[in-house]
Design a protein around this ligand. Structure first.
Ligand code: PXP
Length: 240
């Protein structure tokens, strides 16, 4: 069964725009779960532009909700994540000037550091994932550093589909990476820029077990409401 992870960072973005308490990401974590999300994703960024330490702690303290905490390799953040102890960790690259996570990690340059970080989370029995570009060499490095899962950055594919450009090459690249990862015993996830159409397309890759979707879900909910949007994604993931 494929799973849907709902990224609720932008609920916090909206709250922070007013500097008040509404809309509350903690409430959002319960609400999206009640309406079908298999897990909740939050990104504790170094600049705390959306989710803050208080949110992360409170959201992760819930026993009935599976939380995937995205973090950078920054040692302070890693320490914080270890103390918060979420169910899952996804390591992502982070650049202060970026609007969102624009690409995957540089595994080659950070192999040793990543291996050490992954070991720390493994010791706490926290499922750990690496956000990577669709690149076969990065799958081999992921195996070498013994990570549980990879999340393939689907931004390039999403941009090609949305611009109505030829996406076949990128799609095949993702498919080959997913197949190799599965063969090596690594669980495959996908995320970034996913809307209904791109998710439906990626469902053709049977090796992908989890989709983590944020911006489109929160944006589309302005028109359709969260329950309906989550339901539509669940239907796509179940039926394709
Ligand atoms: N997965 C990861 C690892 C991410 O960093 C992000 C963006 O924060 C997402 C999924 C969700 O991307 P989007 O908001 O474009 O759906």
């Amino acid at each position: 069964m494929k799973r849907l992870g709902v990224n609720i960072d932008h609920v916090a973005t909206l709250r922070n725009a007013r500097g008040e308490k509404h809309p509350d990401p903690f409430y959002a974590s319960k609400f999206v779960t009640k309406h079908g999300a298999d897990s909740v994703t939050i990104h504790l960024r170094e600049d705390r532009r959306h989710i803050n330490d208080f949110d992360a702690k409170k959201i992760c303290s819930q026993k009935k909700i599976l939380v995937n905490l995205e973090i950078s390799m920054n040692s302070e953040i890693v320490k914080k994540a270890l103390s918060i102890s979420p169910n899952f960790i996804c390591l992502v690259p982070e650049n202060r000037k970026e609007i969102t996570t624009e690409g995957g990690l540089n595994l080659k340059a950070n192999k040793k550091k990543l291996k050490t970080i992954i070991q720390k989370f493994k010791k706490k029995k926290i499922r750990t994932s690496l956000f990577i570009d669709a690149n076969l060499n990065d799958i081999l490095i992921s195996k070498e550093i013994d990570v549980d899962c990879i999340e393939i950055h689907t931004g390039k594919l999403a941009n090609l589909v949305k611009a109505k450009k030829n996406y076949q090459k990128e799609f095949l690249r993702i498919k080959k990476c997913a197949q190799l990862a599965k063969k090596l015993g690594i669980e495959v996830h996908a995320g970034h820029g996913l809307d209904y159409k791109v998710t439906k397309l990626l469902c053709k890759i049977k090796e992908i077990k989890e989709f983590n979707i944020g911006h489109f879900i929160i944006g589309e909910s302005v028109f359709d409401g969260l329950p309906k949007v989550i339901k539509k994604f669940k239907k796509i993931i179940r039926n394709n």
